[in-house]
Design a protein around this ligand. Structure first.
Ligand code: COA
Length: 176
């Protein structure tokens, strides 16, 4: 379900799949071949959401942002890069994610967090406000801690995971 808010409707690139039970409101831009799965709620009302290409937002995830204010003139939009896998029931709020990231199931990423490229965030992790997660590492726990560098296999898996979801959404698009 795509809903307009204050005259702005979600803007979807070619090949994007949105499950019919997902709700997307307002200023949301989604890049080529990305996918949004059942029961995702994404609200681009008091700021914007930008999602890159070949990124998947899995079932039950919640995406929101923080409004502009006198002390925080830009607020915190939600920006997600390319080839990102956002697992089931993840909460992303006003944060910035780079490229080739896996956000494990049930993780919570809070305002003004920067997640650099090539990172895995373990299932159930909590990333508190204003943190920067450094490229190339696995992070787990609540609050999250840097666990170890990613292996080559894991780095490769980040791209495979995104590609698997591109292929899966193509099958869903064919189902109609
Ligand atoms: C973190 C993760 C990548 C596994 O990393 P790993 O290094 O292979 O983990 P291991 O199984 O070797 O476990 C290492 C230790 O970390 C712990 N651990 C594993 N996953 C953890 C997590 N998510 N949070 C906290 N601790 C975790 C293990 O219990 C183990 O602890 P121990 O040494 O005290 O026994 C994986 O558990 C995970 O969370 N993957 C996310 C998957 C996902 O959500 N995908 C999206 C949906 S498709």
């Amino acid at each position: 379900m795509l809903r307009t808010y204050k005259g702005i409707a979600p803007n979807l690139s070619e090949g994007v799949y949105i499950d019919e039970s997902a709700i997307l409101v307002g200023d949301i831009t989604i890049g080529k071949d990305s996918s949004v799965w059942p029961l995702v709620a994404a609200r681009g009302d008091v700021n914007y959401i930008k999602i890159g290409a070949r990124t998947n937002i899995q079932d039950g995830s919640v995406l929101h942002l923080t409004r502009k204010s006198s002390t925080n003139p830009e607020g915190y939009p939600l920006i997600i890069g390319d080839d990102v896998t956002v697992g089931h029931k993840v909460m992303l709020h006003g944060c910035k994610l780079g490229n080739r990231i896996l956000v494990g199931m049930g993780a919570i990423v809070m305002d003004n967090v920067t997640v650099e490229d090539d990172i895995i965030i373990g299932g159930g992790a909590l990333v508190p406000p204003n943190k920067t997660l450094e490229s190339g590492y696995l992070y787990v726990g609540s609050p999250v801690k840097q666990a170890r560098p990613l292996t080559e296999q894991e780095r490769t898996f980040l791209k495979i995971s995104a590609q698997n979801y591109v292929e899966l959404k193509d099958e869903y698009l064919q189902e109609g």
